[in-house]
Design a protein around this ligand. Structure first.
Ligand SMILES: Nc1nc2c(ncn2[C@@H]2O[C@H](COP(=O)(O)OP(=O)(O)OP(=O)(O)O)[C@@H](O)[C@H]2O)c(=O)[nH]1
Ligand SMILES: [Mg+2]
Length: 338
């Protein structure tokens, strides 16, 4: 609970990192009283956004272990050296989704973790939905209000999360490692098509040659794809995040991307598109939580499943009955009209 939201907000705006961390916890909290305060806080942030409109939000996605965090560390430090402030939102590596390193992001991003010009936030497992944070969008707004202008959203490539990350950001970086086709990389069909920048990471040591082969493979593949964005053809780069090689080129491409994307009122259009996607996505999750977890629905579900071991009632009928229960909860006694 925050005593005075205005004092809290001004602490955050003055660069109080402890307060910023607390604000993020508040925003991610599911408690009703926290939610009310979080919305007040985000409203205040929103009022400060117009002055901060130079930011870019990039999704950094890829299969577990390809080197996303190491790459963010290298790119982030480069951006800071160029005078930017870098906000990173990532998924707690101990989460059940990423099965990531036990060492944690603080160790994966040692420079960014201690830099006064960076803020690294890991979403806890509980607030993670299939590789993306439930409140990542709000956290990006918070970071921008405070003045972070390069926002990097690390998402673990599992199922739908890349599509959601694509929708919530200004650009999509797909990180791959050398060798193997999409399936071997753990990349779902269609994900390569989303990429604005493809990074073949780990192009070092014995993997360097196969990185070059992977690069030309993806270069060819992407050649046949219709570009998803106006004025931008996807770029494919090779780098070694670990050895800090190819990071300057990555930065240059990112700068070019930013310059190309932010012409005229393109940013307005993009951010509106993100807002529209986000609100539908978010209310969908809420509706699911409220309705599916409703005690009456859960009770009916238990009844139907436990009373139906011999499958005397067809599963379709059971589903229909639960559907009717849900309709009745939303609009009592008008189920036949929906
Ligand atoms: N050889 C080599 N190893 C790398 C490179 N980048 C990252 N690694 C190693 O790959 C492993 C995973 O790196 P992370 O940066 O944690 O990968 P990640 O994609 O963020 O992993 P998750 O968050 O768990 O999905 C670590 O052991 C890194 O040291 C690279 O450029 N070259
Ligand atoms: Mg990581």
């Amino acid at each position: 609970m925050v005593k005075d939201i205005f004092t809290f907000f001004s602490r955050i705006m003055k660069g109080d990192r402890v307060a910023l961390g607390q604000a993020m916890t508040l925003v991610e909290s599911e408690r009703y009283s926290d939610r009310v305060e979080a919305i007040q806080l985000l409203e205040l942030c929103h009022q400060h956004l117009p002055a901060r409109d130079k930011s870019i939000r990039m999704a950094i996605s890829g299969a577990p272990g390809v080197g996303k965090s190491t790459l963010i560390e290298a790119l982030g430090l480069k951006a800071i050296a160029q005078g930017h402030k870098v906000g990173v939102i990532t998924i707690d590596p101990t989460s059940s989704v990423s099965h990531g390193s036990i060492l944690g992001d603080k160790l994966r991003m040692p420079g960014l973790s201690v830099s006064p010009d960076a803020f690294v936030r890991s979403s806890a497992a509980g607030s993670v939905l299939g590789g993306i944070g439930r409140r990542s969008f709000e956290l990006m707004t918070l970071l921008e209000a405070v003045g972070y202008d390069i926002i990097l959203l690390e998402t673990v490539g599992v199922g739908q999360s890349e599509h959601i990350a694509w929708q919530l950001t200004d650009g999509f970086v797909l990180v791959l490692q050398p060798g193997g086709g999409d399936e071997l990389q753990g990349i779902k069909r269609g994900i390569t098509e989303l990429a604005d920048i493809v990074i073949i990471n780990k192009a070092d040591g014995s993997l360097r040659d196969s990185a070059a082969i992977s690069k030309s493979h993806y270069q060819n593949a992407i050649h046949y794809l219709a570009p998803l964005r106006n004025n931008w053809d996807p770029k494919i780069l090779m780098c070694s995040a670990l050895k800090n090689e190819g990071i300057d080129e990555f930065w240059d491409v990112l700068r070019l991307y930013m310059d190309t994307r932010w012409y005229a009122n393109q940013k307005e259009i993009e951010r509106n598109r993100q807002n529209h996607f986000w609100i539908s996505w978010s209310i969908g999750i809420t509706a699911n939580q409220l309705l599916v977890n409703h005690p009456v629905v859960q009770q009916k579900l238990r009844e139907r499943l436990s009373g139906n071991e011999n499958r005397s009632i067809p599963i379709f009928k059971a589903e229909y009955e639960i559907e009717e229960v849900m309709k009745e909860l939303i609009v009592p006694s008008t189920t036949n009209n929906i």
